[in-house]
Structures are given as structure tokens and as C-alpha cells.
Design a protein around this ligand. Structure first.
Ligand SMILES: [Mg+2]
Length: 190
């Protein structure tokens, strides 16, 4: 009997992977400051707690408004049954309307088998590890180096793809890609 090739189950981060956010590079100096000036090495992320912090957080995410280079290939791969796609975003639950607006506006409502937000406000790296395991993903595509490097230590059977930016492009990593399109080409080996 010939083994039938199972289509890969692929998880995608949203901000910086499926959606291109021109403002995302602004986060880099903050991370640099924390790590190199304040000497904070432990991975931890800001969690907005009160309504004012949440309003600013929402506003900051409204700028993630363009599909990334490769997003239309992603949609077509799903249409052609070549991959099964899951969206896994550490965006908090209150950002869901904003996310749904994006998916509807750009025509991605039928693309993802599941959309998982960080509803319990877990630390993003721990949240993603938990979902990657639960969904038994073959691949996960992520742009945040702190999250990628954390996941890389976890001996997951998932291949973690890193979408790098101009600032940390020189970091050595086996599965690094400049944008989503290149990661998808690797996954489908085309
Ligand atoms: Mg991201």
C-alpha cells in the first residue's frame, strides 16, 4: 500500500507573520534597552491590566493592517488543500474584534481551521508552547526572536520557523526566513 502524504498542519503567529505591521520595528529598541541596558534576560512580556493600558494596546495593534508578503500564497495553499492552517496569536481576548476585522476585510475568514487568542493572558511564549503541543503542529511560524529561541529549547517535534527583521537578521538559526512567502516555500518544498 502506498502511504498517502498527510498535509502539514501549520500554525501561524498573526502580528509580524500573517499581518505586516510597519510599526513593529519600534519594539526592537525597547527589547534592546531591556536586555542590554537594564540587563533583563528573562523572557517576559508586558500585560495590559487596566482600561487605559488596554486602550493604548488596542491602538498600537490597529496598525497591523496589511497582509504580509506571502499571505495570499497561504490562502491559496489552504484552498488547494496543501496545508491545514491555524492562527495562534498571543493577542489578548479583548483584541479579537480587531483581529476579526482584519481577517474579514482581507478575505481570510475561510483560511484558518482555528483561531486561538491568548484569552487567559498567559505569558506569550508559554501560551504558544501549550497551543503548539495541543494542536500537534508540524510547523509554527513566528517573528518574535524571544519566543522562537524559547521554543527552540523545548525539544518540540514542531519545526519552528523564524521570520527575522533587519535588526536581528545575523542571529544564527536553522529555520530563518525574511518573510512568510519563503517559509511557505520551505514547508511545501516548492
Ligand atoms: Mg508576532
Amino acid at each position: 500500500m502506498m502511504a498517502t502524504m498527510r498535509k502539514p498542519i501549520v500554525g501561524f503567529d498573526f502580528d509580524g507573520v500573517v499581518a505586516y505591521n510597519p510599526a513593529r520595528l519600534a519594539r526592537y529598541p525597547i527589547s534592546f534597552f531591556k536586555q542590554n541596558i537594564l540587563g533583563i534576560k528573562k523572557v517576559s512580556f508586558f500585560v495590559p491590566k487596566n482600561s487605559v493600558e488596554r486602550a493604548f494596546w488596542s491602538l498600537a495593534h490597529e496598525s497591523s493592517m496589511f497582509p504580509a508578503y506571502g499571505a495570499s500564497r497561504l490562502r491559496n495553499l489552504v484552498k488547494d488543500s496543501r496545508i491545514e492552517a491555524h492562527l495562534v496569536t498571543s493577542r489578548f481576548g479583548f483584541l479579537e474584534p480587531n483581529l476579526q476585522r482584519f481577517l474579514k476585510f482581507w478575505g481570510f475568514t475561510d483560511t484558518f481551521t482555528s483561531v486561538t487568542l491568548n484569552r487567559n493572558e498567559e505569558q506569550p511564549h508559554e501560551f504558544k508552547e501549550r497551543i503548539i503541543r495541543a494542536k500537534k503542529l508540524d510547523y509554527f511560524v513566528e517573528d518574535n526572536w524571544d519566543i522562537v529561541s524559547y521554543l527552540a529549547t523545548k525539544k518540540l517535534s514542531t519545526e519552528i520557523h523564524w521570520i527575522y527583521n533587519v535588526f536581528d537578521r545575523n542571529k544564527p538559526y536553522q529555520h530563518k526566513y525574511p518573510y512568510l512567502e519563503k517559509s511557505l516555500l520551505r514547508i511545501t518544498k516548492t
